[in-house]
Design a protein around this ligand. Structure first.
Ligand SMILES: *Cc1c(COP(=O)(O)O)cnc(C)c1O
Length: 446
């Protein structure tokens, strides 16, 4: 679907057709399944989403980083269509299919680490996380799993238990899975003794906790997002992840990098962990892997992956051939068009603009990110770092929407605006989107 790559607001936002569908939605769909924006989309291509009223938006959210290569990329659509006509499903456990095997080979080659790797597929990020933990526990014969403040790993029971934020993800959904231990994350902006001491102090505390209160020999895995996503695009203080990985290696603990949001080129590399000088034992991928089709993966050291008995892993739809064919096309496109370099270029443009905005807007407390994964942390007061009120945050994203730009928020305190544009977005369109965001912040905060 080819849509002109331009922002165009033709009705009030939301328009009449969106409002009408939202009335039906209210009756038919539970409120627990939230909508961040009150519009209904009809079609999308590249960096533009068109709603049912004909309004066109610059998409700086891409369905939470699912469209790193852009909406309905022609190569991805074509690959899925071709596979759709061959076969849609036979279940890998019944009869295998080639896209599954080929995609596993590709991810094994792409994931960091100069050792034999294997990959299994499931359908969602949460499911990949669940399987990574299952495998780590089986391989180590240990129960405990270490996770962090501000972490997001999904919404199923185990993944939700690993996730940090109570409201809205956990409130009322307990009891949670046992043997999960949460440690402070090296969050430079909010580290009590300042960013310079953050990595060293966070690491010392983490090691001490793992030794004193959990016991290294009880820990199956440490799971961590190399750049935290839902938690607010927190880039850990340099050296924190490396120190953790070294501790894991020393004690036979499986180090799992959850790259579901930060991977597939988002942070300027195939995997964000590559910039940390860390080779994880396992990585989880999802989101942009399938270019919009649901597929997720666990890639890990062959001996860990093979520690599980025959039949212990899988699922009916895991590695569906249509989704796997789309994923192969996504990987081809990133490689052929050198989109990792594009992601880094997007990052340079955003970083420059954000830095300049921080000088003008008192509400911008912190600017951070890497590659095409940048965020603004907004505060009511720079000295106390008190988070900007939730209503002000929604007013800003609403003001951007009304001007034809889709942005989303994040963060434990809900006070972070995160940008997840296609990593191949046209520079002029990106500049226009950033100018609108700038204007939206001015319009709301004065
Ligand atoms: C989105 C996300 C998940 C969960 O993925 P789902 O497909 O929504 O289950 C897990 N981990 C991270 C880091 C994510 O960003």
């Amino acid at each position: 679907m080819d849509i002109p790559q331009e922002r165009k607001v033709v009705t009030e936002i939301p328009g009449p057709r969106s409002r009408e569908l939202f009335e039906r939605r209210k009756t038919a769909v539970p409120q627990g399944v939230a909508n961040l924006h009150p519009i209904v989309t009809a079609r999308a291509s590249g960096a533009i989403v068109e709603d049912v009223d004909g309004n066109r938006y610059i998409d700086l959210a891409t369905g939470i980083s699912v469209l790193n290569v852009g909406h309905t990329a022609p190569e991805v659509v074509k690959a899925a269509q071709a596979q759709l006509e061959l076969e849609t499903h036979t279940c890998f456990h019944v009869t295998a299919n080639e896209p599954y095997i080929a995609l596993a080979e590709r991810l094994n080659a792409l994931a960091p680490g100069d050792f034999a790797k294997k990959t299994m597929f499931v359908n969602s990020g949460a499911e990949a996380v669940e399987n990574a933990i299952k495998i780590a526990r089986h391989a180590t014969k240990r129960p405990a799993v270490v996770t962090f403040d501000h972490a997001f790993h999904g919404r199923t029971l185990l993944a939700m238990s690993l996730t940090a934020k109570v409201m809205p993800y956990k409130q009322g959904f307990g009891p949670f899975a046992p043997e999960i231990y949460r440690l402070p994350f090296a969050y430079p902006y909010r580290w009590p003794s300042g960013p310079e001491r953050c990595a060293q102090e966070a690491l010392a505390y983490a090691k001490d906790e793992m030794h004193k209160h959990i016991g290294e020999e009880n820990i199956a895995a440490v799971i961590v997002e190399p750049i935290q996503g839902e938690g607010g695009f927190i880039v850990p203080a340099p050296g924190f992840l490396k120190g953790l990985a070294e501790f894991c290696a020393e004690h036979g603990i499986v180090f799992i990098a959850d790259e579901i949001q930060s991977g597939m080129g988002r942070a300027g590399r195939w995997f964000a962990i590559e910039d940390e000088g860390v080779v994880p034992d396992m990585v989880t991928t999802a989101k942009s892997l399938g270019g919009g089709l649901p597929i997720s993966a666990v890639t890990g050291r062959a001996e860990l992956m093979d520690s599980v008995h025959v039949g212990g892993l899988g699922g009916t739809y895991g590695g569906n051939p249509v989704a796997a064919a789309a994923a192969l096309a996504v990987l081809d496109k990133i490689e052929r068009e050198d989109l990792l370099a594009s992601a880094r270029r997007v990052g340079e443009i955003v970083a420059e603009r954000f830095g300049e905005m921080q000088a003008r807007h008192a509400v911008i407390g912190d600017v951070r990110g890497r590659g095409a994964m940048w965020a603004l942390e907004l505060v009511a007061d720079r000295a106390t770092k008190e988070p900007l009120a939730a209503e002000t945050m929604s007013a800003i994203s609403r003001a951007a929407l009304e001007r034809g730009v889709i942005v989303i928020t994040a963060g434990t305190y809900g006070n972070v605006i995160r940008l997840l544009p296609p990593i191949n977005i046209d520079e002029a369109l990106l500049g226009e989107g950033l100018a609108v965001l700038d204007e939206a912040i001015s319009a709301v905060t004065g």
